[in-house]
Design a protein around this ligand. Sequence first.
Ligand SMILES: Nc1ncnc2c1ncn2[C@@H]1O[C@H](COP(=O)(O)OP(=O)(O)OP(=O)(O)O)[C@@H](O)[C@H]1O
Ligand SMILES: [Mg+2]
Length: 476
Amino acid sequence: MTAKRSVLPGWFSGLSIKLIATIVGVIFTVAVVVYLPTIANYRASWLDDRLRIGVVAARVLDAVPDVMALPRNLTDRLLASAGADAIVYRREGQSQLIERADAVTPTLAVTADMRQRDYVTLIMGALDTLFSGGGTRTLRIVGEGDFSESLVELLMPERPLRRDMLEFSRNIVLVSLLVATFTALALYLVVSRLFIFPVRRLTANMLAYRRAPENASLIIVPSTRRDEIGIMERELAAMETDIFSMLRQRRHLADLGLAVAKINHDLRNTLTSAQLLSDQVATLDDPKVQRLAPRLVTTLDRAIGFAQSVLDYGRESAAPPVPAPIDLRSLIDDAAFDARLVGHPSIAFVNGAPAGLRINVDGGQFARVFLNLLKNAREALEASGTAIPDPQVKVQVEENADGLAVSVIDNGPGLPPRARDNLFIAFEGSARAGGTGLGLAIARELTEAHGGRLIFVDVPQGTRFDVILPSAVRLP
Ligand SMILES: Nc1ncnc2c1ncn2[C@@H]1O[C@H](COP(=O)(O)OP(=O)(O)OP(=O)(O)O)[C@@H](O)[C@H]1O
Ligand SMILES: [Mg+2]
């Protein structure tokens, strides 16, 4: 109940920030993935455009028998329209060349072979141009001419291509940014409305309700959604309603318990006064009184005993155990003494706990466990009178993988059916005159508070209860 209290995270932490980060990450990744083929395509079509002009030039070169005879201004115009320094045309082992008058021999040339059009080559080429094409590199564009087995080559500086590609990239980045911003915003708004708002509402409600579970106005009002969040809201509302009524019921029961305790206390005092009177009456000589007095005394004794047990039960169950090292054998001896088994005129008591076995438990509470079990055994044996030859109560200790088992065994009549049906249920389990039915319920509660178990073991003759303790309580 006292676990650390949480607080609702702010709007830009928690789920929202994770959502924004995811959207931005995904859009960025998609943009990069889409950008590479796009820029590669752009470069390919740019080069194709130049090559097309080269092919036109090649047609001219193919038509004239002597290239040298072509007028200079015509070749210059052809070269200028392709943006090339030189065009080479190769066909059937022969090659023709036109070049600008001021052309210099290229120092560093890269080849863009447009006959290879697979995406890897195109993307690698684009990246190469972008990263290394900023200098004075010369580009050699190779492509097929009009005729089979003819080749056209254009030589030109790489810089204009790179400049165009950069400009194109800039546009892509701008458009992507715009698209990303709008998509992210739209996605964020939709997801916020659909998920984050409702989840925050649920979270805030849980936090508030946990602080004041007895305030019914804090029970969440579920929406009419039919999805998982709707189910969550309805389930939470149902859970909160249940908790609310359970708490209210508990409080009423606790109040009733207090009232019972008060009445019981007064009753016990009144009965004690009656007991004193009955003691006085018992001393009278009247034979009628002498016959009735003992019954009166036992009846009052029982009533007082009952009132006392109910009072004890109310007090007892609240205290958590305070463990301390204790010797098991002497703890059982003390409990047997309190249960009036030590020195009993007819019942033999055997304490089978080994000497020197120490356990770490709340001594007071554990003595009560064994007191109840041993008392029950004595009461059962006493009630059967002489029907049982050699009545005996025995305690034996066994250590196994389960832990430490302390058994209380008697050779009495065994559990009556009524007791069997309501075993360990407070006020219900009693099957003997004057019993409250608390002994076994208290014994089990105390054992469980120590992390142990109290079980009834069905044996052919007599009764056996095992107190099983976790191995951790055994001290070396
Ligand atoms: N060793 C036993 N042999 C026979 N019957 C037993 C034995 N132990 C318990 N019982 C039966 O189980 C019933 C429940 O026992 P429990 O100790 O819970 O209540 P109780 O002895 O009747 O009352 P209380 O212990 O509160 O005075 C008893 O009334 C008795 O009938
Ligand atoms: Mg009992």
